[in-house]
Design a binder for this molecule. Structure first.
Ligand SMILES: [Fe+2]
Length: 387
């Protein structure tokens, strides 16, 4: 370990616990003394959660306005509209309340308010010129980890791909994680977002830029998800399983935020950019194929993934244990009803080639556990689609 060298950075205050949404007002108050914009989605408004957030803000004298006009895969123009809403309301801070889409829109809008332009103008590798408006992030799904990361993924509708806004200053100032907000998530969304968290943890742990802190967080997240995800999907009202899943998605976010994701995300975002496939399920369908491809890059680490998933026996060799992890992900996905790629989207040979090209060009591809290029991606897409 003499050559060990890494940076782990976290600028987000983390608040976790059932009922802690009630703390929103006092947590937002240091950043705003009058007005806050709530960026959320129509489902959260309909569920009455946006009202609860507005009440919590109101209790400390903060006036709020709701912007809920966002898609499942947030778009550049929606971020511009949210920023315009914040400016028109003269918001002093933004609260992102919802799944990854709402949080990424909130983070992007906060950056656009103070930097101008649209997300496309600030796409990675460009960095922001001014500090964004302060952001408090309140996730309502257990998946994205966006409440603690400094990345936002936004669809470029003109060119049909997902672009990345990457700047340490877009990490939320405060994250409030209240498992009660996830109790009514339907099974399909619970499964898809939970798989996103699992992919974050596995990719953070196996990627080329992993570090000891991200490793510890990621392994714990994998273990929690393997135990809690099937329960949360089957019994949505199980508070212990919901608590474990929200904690796991946070730990996975803390892991990949200071490491990276890999080929599963490159493939999932290529599919999502072209077809607007929801992110969690777009990633999940590729996980077993990429895991199998990556095994040889680091058998020991993939064996640890397998053990964290609860598989592998003492009498098995390292390679066999590592391989059993691939089967464990397949079994988990079958249990929670993850669809196959073919069921998600009709694709042509041209689509597979386009997605393989987009994946190879993806900003996260170089950090994948094993070196991977266009031909490999094409083979993986073809395999996944044949099943
Ligand atoms: Fe993800």
């Amino acid at each position: 370990m003499d050559s060990l060298s890494f940076t782990y950075e976290l600028r987000t205050k983390i608040i976790f616990g059932a009922g802690r949404l009630a703390d929103l007002g006092q947590e937002a108050r240091p950043f705003a003394d009058r007005r806050v914009l709530l960026v959320t989605d129509s489902g959260i408004v309909a569920a009455g959660i946006a009202d609860k957030a507005a009440e919590a803000l109101g209790r400390v004298g903060l006036e709020s306005s709701v912007f809920a006009d966002i898609s499942a895969n947030p778009r550049d123009e929606e971020c511009c509209e949210a920023a315009a809403a914040a400016l028109a309301f003269r918001a002093q801070a933004i609260v992102g309340l919802g799944g990854g889409s709402a949080l990424d829109t909130a983070k992007s809008a906060a950056a656009l308010v103070t930097n101008g332009g649209r997300v496309k103008d600030w796409e990675d590798p460009r960095r922001l010129e001014s500090d964004p408006l302060p952001v408090v992030a309140v996730p309502t799904t257990a998946g994205t980890g966006s409440e603690v990361t400094w990345v936002a993924v936004i669809t470029d509708q003109e060119h049909h791909y997902k672009m990345t806004l990457l700047d340490q200053r877009i990490a939320p100032d405060v994250a409030i994680l209240d498992p009660e907000l996830t109790l009514t998530l339907p099974p399909g969304i619970t499964a898809a977002t939970g798989m996103d968290a699992l992919v974050h943890a596995i990719e953070a742990y196996t990627c080329k830029v992993a570090n000891p802190i991200s490793d510890a967080l990621a392994l714990r997240a994998i273990t929690l998800i393997a135990g809690a995800l099937p329960v949360a999907v089957k019994e949505g009202g199980n508070t212990a399983a919901r608590c474990d899943m929200l904690l796991a998605s946070l730990l996975a976010g803390l892991a990949f935020g200071n490491a990276d994701v890999g080929a599963v995300h490159c493939m999932g975002e290529s599919l999502g950019g072209l077809y607007d496939t929801p992110h969690g399920v777009a990633c999940a369908v590729f996980l077993p194929y990429v895991l199998e491809f990556n095994l040889e890059a680091d058998l020991a680490k993939h064996a640890s993934v397998a053990r964290a998933l609860g598989t592998g026996r003492a009498d098995m060799g390292e390679a066999e244990v590592a391989r059993s992890g691939v089967e464990a992900t397949r079994a988990l996905m079958a249990k929670i009803g993850t669809p196959k790629l073919r069921e998600l989207q009709a694709l042509s040979r041209d689509d597979l080639e386009t997605m393989a090209r987009l994946s190879a060009e993806h900003v996260c591809s170089p950090d994948n556990a094993r070196d991977i290029g266009y031909e490999d991606y094409l083979e993986l897409f073809t395999k996944a689609y044949a099943e």
